[in-house]
Design a protein around this ligand. Structure first.
Ligand code: GTP
Ligand code: ZN
Length: 204
């Protein structure tokens, strides 16, 4: 567990083993057989290997830590809010293993040392947690807690808005519905600060 001036932080959801390409390939072949398909027909012959390569990418975040991407920090003495909006999110619902996708808005107020990180690093951090089997609420809070631990900022706000294909293409079948989750830490909890951040998020 790591701590920061905003509070204790735990990270969960990392890989418990190594990515096993051969095993994924065998499992996809088995899945195709189980749904009644013929994995040896021409169009499917390469599919298990292809899916195994794709899953390596889709679940790459299982093998990364926030510290791997929040590598570049600058001490420029900037103490005001920094917000990156509309960071594209592609993740995988851990209940049905189908995608959910949308955008994340990530904002923070630097600590008293004025230490900031590269803007692209915020988007990379989103990917670390999105590229895992996920639920949207955990994705949102993990991004916030990682920023707290790595940057010791005075405040953090993360808003994630996604459409879940498990709700669109199957099940309740409600395409177009969007789920909004937020995680607020430290001084971003102050009513006026939070209102300023939310107005920046919503002012498209
Ligand atoms: N809170 C939360 N729920 C999610 C997320 N992704 C999917 N779900 C929900 O997880 C629930 C799983 O419910 P179950 O009843 O176990 O599964 P199911 O029978 O396939 O449910 P339906 O989707 O309603 O058909 C569903 O209500 C999904 O909408 C997420 O990111 N956060
Ligand atoms: Zn789902």
């Amino acid at each position: 567990m790591r701590t920061s001036d905003i509070g204790p932080v735990t990270f969960t959801g990392k890989a418990v083993g190594e990515y096993d390409q051969d095993r994924v390939e065998a499992a996809v072949r088995e899945l195709l057989l189980a749904v009644g398909e013929n994995p040896d027909r021409e169009g499917l012959r390469e599919t298990p290997a292809r899916v195994a390569r794709a899953y390596r990418e889709i679940f790459a975040g299982l093998y990364q830590e926030p510290g791997d991407v929040l590598t570049t920090t600058f001490d420029i003495g900037h103490e005001e809010m920094v917000l990156v909006k509309d960071i594209e999110v592609y993740s995988t619902c851990e209940h049905h293993l189908v995608p959910f996708h949308g955008v994340a808005h990530v904002g923070y107020i630097p600590g008293t040392d004025g230490r900031i990180t590269g803007l692209s690093k915020l988007a990379r951090l989103v990917d670390v947690y999105a590229r895992r089997p996920q639920v949207q609420e955990r994705l949102t809070s993990q991004i916030a807690d990682a920023l707290v631990a790595e940057l010791t900022p005075r405040g953090v706000l993360v808003v994630v808005e996604c459409e879940h294909l498990c709700m669109s293409m199957r099940g309740v079948r409600k395409p177009g519905s969007r789920t909004v989750t937020s995680a607020v830490r430290g001084q971003m909890r102050d009513v006026a600060t939070r209102a300023e951040a939310m107005s920046l998020v919503l002012g498209r």
